[in-house]
Design a protein around this ligand. Sequence first.
Ligand code: ADP
Length: 338
Amino acid sequence: MTEFQISRLLAGLPLPAMLVRDGERVEACNAPAVALLGEGMVGRHPAIAVRAPTVLEALAAASPDRPPQEARMIQRREGQEQVFQVTVSALGEGLVLVVFRDVTEEERAGEMRRDFVANVSHELRTPLTALMGFIETLKHAAKDDPRAREMFLGIMEAEAGRMNRLVGDLLQLSRVEAEERVRPRDRVELRGVLEGVISSLRGMAEKTGDSVVLTGEPATVPGDRDQLVQVFTNLVENALKYGAAGQAVRVSLTPEETVRGPAVRVEVADEGEGIDPVHIPRLTERFYRVDTHRSREMGGTGLGLAIVKHIVSRHRGWLRIESEKGRGSRFQVVLPLG
Ligand code: ADP
């Protein structure tokens, strides 16, 4: 191959690639490889360009008689770990092509998928195990005991309800994710939405002696009404669940000027025990809970804020969470006006 052909070949590859001659001299690098390995590698030994022993072993083992060698390379850059899949192919005449593919995101996504499936299975298994246990008891020990039967059926109903909520939230989450890139088209008046949400949660508030107070002027945003109802239902529900009993949840609508233009801020504030700052960045992760036991007891699925985050992002808005331990929490949703 002429030098010109080599440089055209490398330039035509969209991935970082370098050519090594006789295992000991970097012959050429394309621009992505320069960005990855640094300037001035041409003419030097490949061990200076690439330190990963796995890649150097693959280089040493490369031969035109063998299929290309694969190696994994981990690189730290600006404190972040990057993982590369490196393919080393001998081209003949002492030339070896080394191509680097960044698989960091791919691996992370795979890991998240596996974690998610494990979490869902675990969340479903807990109530299912309880149900199976009670069915067994009803068939045998409690067969002729109407009082025990009544009690067990009540618990079974609650456990089945929990599974039902979890499946409902999972479906909702997957729908919201699928639509995340489609901009909502309708125009939605938020004060009306909030009034509806508050009145639908009145029963829940009354149980703990809480009240929900709404302030602020009507504001209309481009949006999906059902999804916005979901967002504020989840937030007000959380404020009632985790707020202190007998206190007020305050919901307010306030105009806000943002760098991206005029917007409206909806804040849901409670006077509960608040959230330790270490948890705040993770609250919108699926199944992340500060206190798993407490969340379960309250009938929570751990998916509410994940759903909120996706819907808000579909609306090109953002979610802010402010809280101090012992001083309540404020969940703010900022939605652009147009
Ligand atoms: P859950 O179904 O557990 O309520 P969410 O996704 O709605 O799930 O919330 C995740 C976690 O965030 C909750 O388990 C709880 O620990 C915390 N959290 C949410 N809202 C509040 C709040 N208003 N005050 C204190 N903690 C909250």
